[in-house]
Design a protein around this ligand. Structure first.
Ligand code: HEM
Length: 295
C-alpha cells in the first residue's frame, strides 16, 4: 500500500503520474523503463505495464526527493536518460564481464531474512589480490559496467508488486577479508569507487536498505575516511562497519553460519544464485535492442 503523510504528498504523486507520459516523450527520448519495469501505460510493449508496480516505483521516486515536484521531475529526466544511454540492463543481463570480476560478486535471496535483508549483494573485495587486474590502466570502465550489472541483477530480485514493503530495498555487504594491510589506493581505484558511488547515489534512489562492511582491518580505517567524504548523509547513515565478519549474524540472523555468524548452515557459495532472470519488460527491451542492432 502506498503511504502518504498528507494530502500534499498525494497531490505531488498524482501530478507526477499525470505528467510522466509527457516528460518521457519530450525529455527522456521515450525511455520509460525504471528498475526493470514500465512506468507508463501504452506505447511499445504496452502489455508489460503493471499499474501497481508503476505506482510503487513512482512513489519511490517521490519519496527519494521528499515529494518536491520540481526536483522529482528533474531527477526522473536524469535517471531515465542515464538508463537509456548507459544501458544497465545490458550490463546486468547480456554482457560478459570476465571471471576476475564475477568471482568477487555474489547475489543471495533468502525469504526467511528480516524485511529488506532478503536480497543481498555481496562484494568480496578483500579477495582482490592483484589490484591492477581490476583497477589497472583502462580496466576501470569494465569494472564499473560489471558492478552496475550486479546492481541491476540485485534490483531484479526485489518485489515491487507486493502490498508489503519487505523486499523492495536491498542490503549490500562488502567483505574485506584477505585484504592486504598495505593495500594502497591508486588513482584509478579511487576514481572508479567515486564513480560507482556517484552512480548509485544519482541513479538508484530508494534501493538501499543497509550496507555492511565486514572484516575491515582497523589499520585500513583511513580508506573509510577518504570514501565517506563523497557519500551523502542519507546513504552513509545506512552503513555499518564491522571488524569481525562473524558479527554479521547479529544484524542478518539467517546469513551463513560459516564466516558470518548467522544460522544458515549453507555457505555463502552454496547460497549464491547462479542465474537471475530479467523482468519480462527488461527482457522485451533487450530483445528489441538486439533486433535493432541486427537491422
Ligand atoms: C581492498 C580494498 C578495497 C576495495 C577494492 C574496495 C572497493 C570498493 C568499491 C568498488 C566500492 C564502490 C561501491 C560498491 O562497489 O558497492 C567501494 C565503496 C566503499 N568502500 Fe571500499 N574498497 C576497499 C577497501 C575499503 C575499506 C578498508 C573500507 C573501510 C570500511 C571501505 C569502505 C567503503 C565505503 C564506505 C564505500 C562506499 C559505499 C557506497 O557508497 O555504497 N573500502 N569500495
Amino acid at each position: 500500500m502506498l503511504v502518504f503523510k498528507d494530502d500534499n504528498e498525494k497531490k505531488v504523486f498524482n501530478d507526477i503520474k499525470t505528467q510522466l507520459p509527457d516528460i518521457i516523450k519530450t525529455k527522456c527520448q521515450n525511455y520509460d523503463e525504471f528498475y526493470g519495469h514500465k512506468l507508463i501505460r501504452g506505447g511499445n510493449g504496452s502489455e508489460y505495464y503493471n499499474e501497481d508496480i508503476a505506482n510503487k516505483l513512482i512513489h519511490k521516486l517521490c519519496k527519494a526527493y521528499q515529494f518536491n515536484e520540481t526536483e522529482i521531475r528533474q531527477k526522473i529526466i536524469k535517471i531515465l536518460n542515464w538508463r537509456k544511454d548507459f544501458n544497465p540492463l545490458s550490463a546486468g543481463f547480456l554482457e560478459q564481464h570476465g571471471e576476475e570480476f564475477e568471482k568477487i560478486g555474489i547475489l543471495t535471496k533468502n525469504e526467511a531474512n528480516e524485511a529488506n535483508k532478503k536480497t543481498i549483494t555481496w562484494n568480496l573485495y578483500g579477495q582482490i589480490k592483484d589490484k591492477s587486474k581490476i583497477f589497472g590502466n583502462g580496466k576501470a570502465e569494465k569494472f564499473i559496467r560489471y558492478r552496475i550489472g550486479l546492481m541491476e541483477r540485485g534490483i531484479n530480485l526485489l518485489d515491487f508488486d507486493n502490498d508489503d514493503d519487505d523486499n523492495c530495498y536491498m542490503t549490500q555487504i562488502h567483505d574485506y577479508k584477505g585484504v592486504s594491510l598495505i593495500f594502497g589506493m591508486n588513482s584509478e581505484m579511487k576514481s572508479s569507487i567515486k564513480e560507482i558511488v556517484s552512480i548509485f547515489q544519482e541513479y538508484y534512489p530508494e534501493s538501499l536498505y543497509a550496507k555492511y562492511f565486514v572484516n575491515v582491518p582497523n589499520i585500513l580505517g583511513w580508506i573509510y575516511d577518504i570514501i565517506i567524504k563523497f557519500i551523502d548523509k542519507k546513504t552513509s547513515e545506512k552503513f555499518v562497519v564491522l571488524s569481525n565478519g562473524n558479527k554479521l549474524g547479529n544484524y542478518i540472523k539467517n546469513c551463513p553460519q560459516k564466516d558470518y555468524g548467522g544460522t544458515d548452515k549453507k555457505t555463502l557459495k552454496e547460497q549464491a544464485l547462479q542465474k537471475v532472470r530479467p523482468t519480462d519488460y527488461g527482457l522485451f527491451l533487450l530483445q528489441q535492442q538486439s533486433t535493432q542492432e541486427i537491422d
